[in-house]
Design a protein around this ligand. Structure first.
Ligand code: ACO
Length: 326
């Protein structure tokens, strides 16, 4: 039997300095603070500066995660960056990050699974570590999602923000109930039309804007996230009472509250950052994780459940006993 476990030993995050409130938005688009708060739970979002890119955000978050793990770039064997807003079509944001942190021997690449990007990247990194490609990985969710928004479309532009979060994964032997306990992913391209960005390199037009049928996405989110969380619990042979913290994708407070109720969890066991960060797509889970680790809520050895859904549709869930037993 394989006794190796992939531990999540540290986390780091970064938010751009510029904060845009709901009131700020209502100065140029037909919306208001009351509507946005009531329908989404969002009060503000951080937005990148003119000269700030996704790779910059990723670099800040990754450096903090490395510091918290007591490691440097040279210790890292693998870098997986989940992003929908890379600096360029190529090279990848991951290779830019690799160079910036001096991770000379790392394999580095990007993963595109929109808001589910972090749970996808986590699963891929775990599988690569378990298959012997290295012992230490950086998994990063980083987005300048504001660049994909149509600032005249009030049904989407109020929902998103920018930021980055990063975790360090490390291989360990003989700690069976630590680290990534289970991970389940799904995709269904039949739902492409309810959430997408128009345009792109092979579509004969420049990258466009986010288009979304909000109600449909909402319906799929509640149904699919509940089902995939059940699968992740079954795969780990656990039940919801054994989860210490739910760290969900931060898209809408109503989706988060629905998940909390479906899982029968106490409200104060759910990490909510959507009010301050809005939906930062692939960055939202590691950002929320970093907030709750930094403020002392998530402690070494706590079981953390994560779940996310994004355009595709793509969705997934992971259970992790956070930290390290040694
Ligand atoms: N301000 C004021 N009014 C607004 C705004 C706004 N920003 N946006 C829409 N409205 C209006 C609409 O025009 C509509 O008006 P009408 O009744 O006169 O036609 C009314 O508000 C209701 O609009 P709905 O779209 O029906 O509102 P709903 O309750 O569905 O909320 C929302 C919309 C918040 C988008 C919700 O559907 C949602 O959160 N969906 C899920 C989105 C999501 O989770 N996305 C995550 C994935 S994103 C990714 O993967 C990249």
């Amino acid at each position: 039997m394989n006794n190796s476990r992939v531990l999540m030993t540290a986390v780091g995050s970064y938010l751009p300095a510029n904060i845009v409130s709901n009131e700020d938005l209502s100065s140029f688009v037909d919306t208001d603070d009351v509507w946005i708060r009531r329908r989404t739970g969002i009060a503000q979002r951080h937005i990148v500066a003119e000269d700030e890119t996704t790779a910059d955000l990723a670099q800040h978050a990754a450096k903090k995660a490395l510091t918290n793990a007591g490691l440097s770039g040279g210790d890292i064997d693998l870098i997986v960056v989940a992003t929908t807003t890379p600096d360029n079509t190529f090279p990848s944001t991951a290779t830019k990050l690799q160079h910036a942190i001096g991770a000379k021997r790392a394999i580095a690449f990007d993963v595109q699974a929109v808001c589910a990007g972090f749970v996808y990247a986590l699963d891929i990194a775990e599988a690569m570590i378990q298959s012997g490609r290295g012992r230490r990985a950086l998994v990063v969710g980083a987005e300048s999602f504001s660049k994909l928004l149509d600032w005249e479309d009030r049904s989407t532009c109020v929902l998103f923000g920018d930021g980055a979060g990063a975790v360090v994964l490390e291989l360990a032997e003989n700690y069976n109930d630590w680290g990534i306990l289970s991970s389940v992913l799904h995709s269904d391209g039949a739902f492409r039309d309810i959430l997408y960005v128009d345009g792109g390199p092979s579509s004969n037009s420049l990258v466009g804007h986010v288009r979304m049928e909000g109600k449909e996405v909402f319906r799929h989110a509640v149904e699919k996230l509940a089902a995939v969380m059940d699968e992740a619990l079954a795969a780990a042979q656990m039940d919801a009472t054994q989860i210490d913290w739910l760290v969900p994708h931060q898209a809408n407070i109503r989706i988060i509250d629905a998940m909390q109720k479906k899982m029968g969890m106490a409200s104060d066991r759910v990490v909510r950052t959507v009010e301050q960060h809005a939906n930062t797509s692939a960055a939202s889970i590691p950002l929320a994780l970093a907030v709750a680790v930094d403020d002392g809520r998530i402690k070494n050895g706590d079981v953390v459940a994560m779940e996310a859904i994004g355009g595709g549709l793509v969705w997934g869930a992971a259970l992790v006993r956070f930290g390290k037993p040694y």
